[in-house]
Design a protein. Structure first.
Lengths: 689, 320
């Protein structure tokens, strides 16, 4: 007995491990028709309206579909919607119903201009005039309004009510009163706030609402807000595909769209996506395959919010968000090319082919596995043992893989850029010539070479080069030390006795701050310090922990210059980052940028629905802001992925009933854009028909 | 004895709470926030942030947060910030992987430790003893993460055998035996690494204990009455020297459940240690509170079991 422990057990263990090792080496190299993707992060859950992490959206994109999606050029196209049309109702209020026919008559006289305005219909509704446009926007409505006698037109103020709860119930009760019935529009933002729109003087209505709340002994504040000259309500009509089924077989209908919208707005769900949907007045479903979305005001980026994955109402409607968290979010049902199959926490999420995918015959791969690994090294080890099929390489390791003939490499611009922000409230940075001089003094190409190992492109402003509204005519400010010296001299900065530039007795010295732990940012600060020393500017570098950095410096706007980066989606709306009103603590225009022309463009571009005009406005925004140099725009890093050579090919529908067969290729949306159409070449003969 | 156990249990309960309270404060001192969407996200409104904070009590003072978390832990209602699932369920999911890894590691370290220790004691003062001593010191000196990386990178460089996780991906298994061997292989590697320190320490304990026992009078008596040297060694001496091994079992308990952060991370092994590690990175305070409390309690219980076993194995020891 005791001898068995001494000799037998250790020997047994050694033999067992040796046999297991031999078994591993003998596991055949013929692979399953399966794709394995490695990730450091595990999805938090699989629910498009509750998740906020990128791992979840990667996995979720294979399970769920939205009404719309991005195409390979990052432009909006249809997904679960067959088609959609845009229009707008503009309602202009008059003081007297009798003036409306006169106003209508005026418009009928100007029939020739209707096409320019995209105006399709005019009708009277009591004392208001309702215009229908085939393209949403503010410009045409404003122009038409200018035609009428300003004294006869009545504005529409918005009144906001903040309460401690029961907003919907309170609103309903108030709408039943005499004053309440007169409001032209109402909208419940959350359980604690609603808004109403009235016509004419808001004061008596505010008073009435206050009394009403007091009468119900509810606490709350009533405040008159924006005054609208007219109601402009963009409308999106979606026609849904009628051949889509949920993974459990139930048909997909407009009820699912409405349900998803209501769930996002529901306070109990606490959806981080709610801000995208606050522009919506109502979602209506005239029939099972039509959805009409009415917006409260023109806001063109809102269209993108319909890319959100839709939820099955037949499974979730009667259940609480607690139930979702326990069940659906770990076992989701969608409409996508792959069905959820199994989730082993911190190991993998397995998806299997959906044979009933609406883009028949469905994806080629039998299954797709998202493996959760722990760090970059483990991803690499798993890739080299063919345990994951591709891997995002760090810039420093790219050249090593490039030399190796066994691999295919794909490089593409990431969706972020790095910059140095100048605090424009500090006197030294207020002169535009100084900021241009600083841009000339920094050797960005060298920075890309040494920090990113050459895998990056110089940034030329607020938009990323792969976006359709990017302005390629903006050229980067070249590295030119002489030009920098000259501009600084023009601005009055002369070298002092110790070589540091001075002006009116003040030395040109400042501090660059950034967060600890991001090596790229620390290296940027160091290279800049060196570049600036050469033109006589003294720079100190300070590193802080991320939370401290944000709380004590960025949110308060208390810094000279800082190194940071923006991660951006394919969205041209950068109001929060650049509008002069967004400069309060904890807002995002931390550098205090202020340019009236940019302010106007930022407001206009969000209200513009015309593609050409959006490109024009975005181009202007980019060139003006680049010229003003509130940031020293540095670079857009390249991301690189590596695949085993020829491990996959793509066979995707060409949209006309045929197929396009190609090697894995790069698109603006990345190399994995068509991943639902990947197949292994060894299975080429066995693809489902 | 019963008195002793009750008194120790009472002290342990207080201690476990104190440990978890202090560790909660230390965790919340680390910079960073538990928000899943990051700090600088233009799309997140203050209302959404407030609703989130309220849901997880993050708007309360720290001491109140701790109290609410502990209350929910005992109610079974404690939810992870990351995915809104009950923390106890998340911990429960990891237990099979953690326990199987650590049981195998314990078996390896006890069996090899015992064998090496006995071998060294049998040849005390001669070359084999010297060699095993050197081996033990090398094992003790090598940090676990270092030896793990050596094994992992060496295997990847010279073979193309899968190593990470709990199974191989994308391959067909010819039969069920092959599949189970694959699972075993994925547990065996981290278990070997985990047990290396244990082998060294156990073998030193056993060797010292054996040598001490061999000097006892009753061993001399046994030899003097002409018993087989092997019988004396394996029956009389070994049985009496095995005490440190048995009492060491109590110390295995926290590792058995708590797992090992570093080894599990290197081998991408889905155990409880990695759950804790990821909860730290995500500032998932409720999960951390639960894990800290459970591990603290297990360490205290483990100590208690060691003491009790000591008394059970050796009747000369009395617990007061």
């Amino acid at each position: 007995m005791i001898r068995f422990f001494l000799h037998g057990l250790p020997a047994l263990l050694i033999v067992a491990i040796a046999v297991a090792f031999l078994n591993e080496t003998r596991l055949s190299s013929d692979k399953k028709n399966e794709m394995t993707i490695g990730s450091i992060a595990e999805p938090s859950m699989l629910n498009p309206i509750q998740q906020a992490d990128s791992a979840a959206s990667d996995v979720g994109s294979m399970i769920f579909n939205g009404l719309l999606k991005y195409n390979a050029d990052l432009e909006i196209t249809t997904d679960l919607a067959k088609s959609f049309t845009l229009s707008q109702h503009t309602t202009i209020f008059f003081d007297d119903p009798k003036t409306v026919p006169g106003a209508m008559g005026k418009l009928f006289f100007m029939r020739g201009r209707w096409a320019d305005w995209k105006l399709t219909d005019v009708r009277q509704d009591g004392s208001s005039l309702v215009l229908t446009f085939s393209e949403p926007g503010m410009a045409a409505s404003q122009e038409i309004m200018g035609l009428f006698d300003a004294k006869t037109v009545v504005p529409a103020p918005i009144i906001r009510v903040d309460l401690e709860g029961k907003a919907a119930e309170t609103l309903k009760a108030w709408r039943a009163t005499e004053t309440g019935a007169k409001a032209v529009r109402d909208w419940v933002e959350s359980d604690a706030a609603f808004e109403i729109t009235v016509v004419g003087d808001p004061a008596p209505v505010v008073k009435d609402l206050q009394d009403f709340l007091a009468g119900r002994s509810q606490k709350g504040t009533v405040a008159a807000g924006d005054v609208l000259p007219f109601l402009a309500e963009p409308i999106v009509d979606f026609t849904l595909r009628d051949d889509v089924r949920w993974h459990d077989g139930a048909p997909f209908t407009s009820a699912d769209v409405v349900f998803t919208y209501r769930a996002i707005m529901d306070d109990a769900v606490a959806s981080p996506r709610k801000p995208d949907f606050l522009y919506i007045q109502a979602v209506e479903t005239p029939d099972p395959h039509t959805v009409r979305v009415v917006y409260r005001k023109p806001y063109s980026p809102a269209l993108q919010s319909w890319m959100i994955g839709l939820l099955p109402s037949h499974l979730l409607e009667s259940k609480s968000p607690e139930w979702w968290a326990q069940n659906f979010n770990r076992n989701p049902i969608g409409t996508g090319p792959f069905k959820f199959s199994e989730w082993k926490t911190n190991e993998y999420v397995r998806l299997v082919r959906n044979p009933d995918y609406f883009d028949a015959p469905g994806p080629w791969l039998d299954s797709m596995v998202y493996r959760v690994l722990s760090d970059q090294l483990s991803l690499r080890l798993a890739f080299e043992t063919k345990q994951i099929d591709f891997w995002g390489v760090d810039p420093w390791a790219v050249s090593e893989f490039q030399k190796d003939k066994r691999f295919d490499l794909f490089s593409y611009p990431s969706s972020s850029y790095s910059y140095v922000g100048w605090n424009l409230k500090r006197p030294i940075f207020q002169d535009e010539r100084v900021r241009r001089a600083l841009a000339h003094a920094v050797n960005v190409p060298e920075m890309i070479k040494y920090i990113l190992y050459g895998y990056g492109v110089q940034s030329t402003g607020i938009f990323l080069p792969q976006m359709w509204f990017f302005n390629p005519d903006v050229k980067p400010i070249p590295y030119d030390v002489e030009k920098a010296r000259q501009l600084l001299a023009e601005a009055g900065w002369k070298p002092g006795s110790d070589g540091v530039l001075t002006k009116d007795g003040q030395r040109f010295t400042f501090t660059i701050i950034t967060n600890n732990g991001t090596e790229v940012r620390r290296d940027i600060a160091t290279l800049i310090q060196d570049n600036f020393r050469q033109i006589g500017i003294e720079v100190k570098i300070e590193l802080y922990e991320w939370a401290v950095f944000l709380k004590n410096f960025i949110n308060k706007g208390d810094f000279d210059a800082m190194v940071l980066g923006w991660a951006l989606g394919p969205d041209y709306d950068q109001y929060q980052i650049w509008h002069s009103s967004q400069n309060n603590p904890e807002q995002l225009n931390v550098v205090g940028y202020k340019n009236p022309e940019v302010d106007k463009l930022l407001v206009d571009i969000r209200q513009e629905y015309n593609r050409d005009k959006i490109i024009e406005m975005a181009g202007k925004l980019q060139s003006i802001i680049y010229k003003d140099q509130p940031y020293l725009f540095l670079f857009v890093p390249q991301a690189t992925s590596v695949l085993w050579k020829d491990s996959y090919r793509i066979r995707r529908p060409d949209g006309k009933g045929g197929w396009i067969d190609s090697p894995v290729e790069m698109t603006k949306a990345g190399w994995s854009y068509y991943s639902e159409w990947f197949y292994r070449p060894e299975y080429a003969d066995k693809l489902p028909r | 004895m019963l008195n002793f156990i009750i008194r120790r249990l009472a002290i342990s309960v207080v201690l476990a709470f104190l440990i978890s309270l202090i560790s909660f404060f230390i965790i919340t001192l680390t910079p960073g926030s538990p928000y899943p969407w990051g700090e600088l996200n233009p799309k997140i409104t203050p209302q959404v942030k407030e609703a989130f904070k309220k849901k997880f009590h993050l708007d309360r003072p720290l001491i109140e947060q701790y109290w609410l978390n502990m209350r929910d832990l005992f109610n079974g209602n404690l939810k992870s910030i990351k995915d809104d699932r009950p923390v106890l369920q998340k911990i429960g999911e990891r237990l099979p992987a953690t326990i199987s890894l650590n049981v195998l590691a314990a078996v390896i370290s006890l069996s090899f430790g015992l064998a090496l220790g006995v071998y060294a004691a049998k040849h005390a003062g001669k070359t084999p003893d010297l060699l095993t001593s050197i081996l033990a010191f090398i094992f003790i000196a090598m940090p676990g993460f270092w030896i793990s990386y050596l094994i992992v990178i060496g295997l990847v460089r010279f073979t193309d055998v899968p190593i990470l996780g709990t199974q191989s991906y994308g391959v067909f298994f010819p039969n069920a035996a092959s599949m189970w061997l694959d699972r075993f292989w994925h547990i065996a590697l981290p278990a070997v690494v985990l047990s290396i320190g244990g082998i060294a320490v156990q073998s030193r304990f056993i060797r010292a204990s054996m040598i001490e026992t061999l000097r006892e009078d009753y061993i001399r008596t046994a030899r003097a009455k002409g018993l087989e040297p092997d019988t004396v060694f394996f029956k009389h001496a070994l049985r009496n020297s095995i005490r440190p091994l048995i009492t060491g079992i109590g110390g295995l308990l926290p590792g058995l459940i708590g797992g090992s952060v570093i080894i599990e991370t290197i081998f991408a092994y889905p155990g409880l240690g990695r759950l804790g590690y990821e909860a730290v990175l995500e500032r998932d305070y409720p999960t951390l509170v639960a894990i800290n409390f459970i591990v603290a309690a297990l360490i205290l219980i483990g100590n208690l079991i060691s003491d009790v076993l000591y008394a059970v194995v050796d009747p000369r020891v009395r617990l007061e």
